[in-house]
Design a protein. Structure first.
Length: 340
């Protein structure tokens, strides 16, 4: 039989019901209600009966599901423990590619995500390793930065759900700079990771604009039964499109930024652009190059410039030139104070 999208979705719903340990032996009415609830339309008994028959007998589908009916429990079940149609058969080359992807996925275990997300990753990894054991599993080839513990990840799933379902939230936020606690009502838009730290970005009722809050500084988040405020599409798109990092400088809009770098840094920026808007405006015969960016200046961008300030010179705007000079003077004062 041809496999259409709706039929496939019904098969997966039926499979989920048959593997649900908290509701064993689902009867026909339960299966119908689950399909109707998930797909938003009515189904007849004959449709679900045909689905079960196809899952059991259709060789083109390839499931050959061991579905049985228990008279004593008045419901359906898999006669083979652990069976699920979600188990797939892959070729060796596909398994190799999947294992490489899973090795990357495993980097997101531990402190980088919530407990439930961890559990989901662990299930995927365990399933593959169980079916395809690897003697060299201990010798990891891929490694990424990952700290052993970071505050705030216990809130990851909370904000993921709030952003997905467009639900306003309130929480207490701690400012590292000012060392004070403030309460905020935020309408979450996205979760963003930058430099191995997670942030929630959303419309802040306090600031009347889009703001970024580090998950490591958030306490006691709660869902609110308020109307969700979503910024205008252009405001939202510009905020995410013209941004390097997470914290925009106060009162700054999208603007042109030009700087000049020596050959080695030019080669580095060609290979690792700062931002999608980066262009090389001019290059001299000796390899020095002028680069151009169009974005909202952020604290992270200025930090990047400062980290290369021995070799990088800001051409415009003038206020960033002045900011770099202030940072150098501030660092010099600290160094001189430390020598005394």
């Amino acid at each position: 039989m041809p496999l259409n999208k709706e039929a496939y979705l019904r098969y997966t719903i039926i499979d989920a019901c048959l593997t649900d340990k908290f509701h064993p032996y689902p009867d026909m009415q339960y299966l119908i209600e689950k399909c109707e609830d998930k797909l938003g339309k009515e189904f007849h008994v004959s449709t679900i009966q045909k689905d079960i028959k196809a899952m059991k007998e259709d060789e083109l589908l390839g499931y050959m599901a061991p579905i049985k009916f228990s008279k004593s429990h008045n419901g359906y079940y898999y006669s083979e423990p652990g069976f699920t149609i979600r188990k797939i058969s892959l070729q060796e080359s596909e398994l190799d590619a999947l294992k490489a992807a899973l090795e990357l996925l495993s980097m997101y275990q531990g402190s980088r995500v919530s407990e439930n997300f961890n559990e989901a990753v662990n299930k995927v990894l365990a399933s593959v390793h169980e079916s395809q054991p690897d003697d060299n599993a201990r010798n990891k080839i891929i490694q990424t930065d990952n700290s052993s513990f970071q505050k705030g990840f216990e809130h990851f799933e909370f904000f993921f759900k709030a952003a997905k379902e467009k639900t306003p939230v309130c929480f207490v936020h701690y400012s590292y700079r000012h060392r004070v606690f403030n309460s905020h009502i935020v309408h979450p838009l996205i979760l963003k990771e930058f430099n191995n730290t997670w942030y929630i970005v959303g419309y802040s009722e306090t600031h009347k604009s889009i703001r970024t809050f580090g998950l490591d500084r958030i306490y006691e988040p709660l869902l609110l039964k308020h109307t969700f405020i979503e910024p205008k599409e252009k405001v939202r798109d510009d905020y995410f499109k013209y941004m390097y990092g997470v914290y925009p400088m106060a009162n700054q809009e999208v603007q042109e930024i030009e700087f000049i770098v020596p050959p080695f840094l030019s080669d580095y920026l060609n290979a690792h652009p700062i931002h999608d808007s980066q262009t090389k405006k001019k290059e001299s015969v000796n390899g020095h190059a002028i680069f151009n960016l169009k974005l909202i200046p952020t604290i992270e961008l200025l930090n990047f410039f400062f980290s290369f300030s021995y070799d990088l010179t800001i051409i415009k705007p003038g206020w960033i030139q002045e900011e770099m000079i202030k940072r150098h003077k501030h660092a010099l004062r600290h160094e001189e104070a430390g020598r005394k």
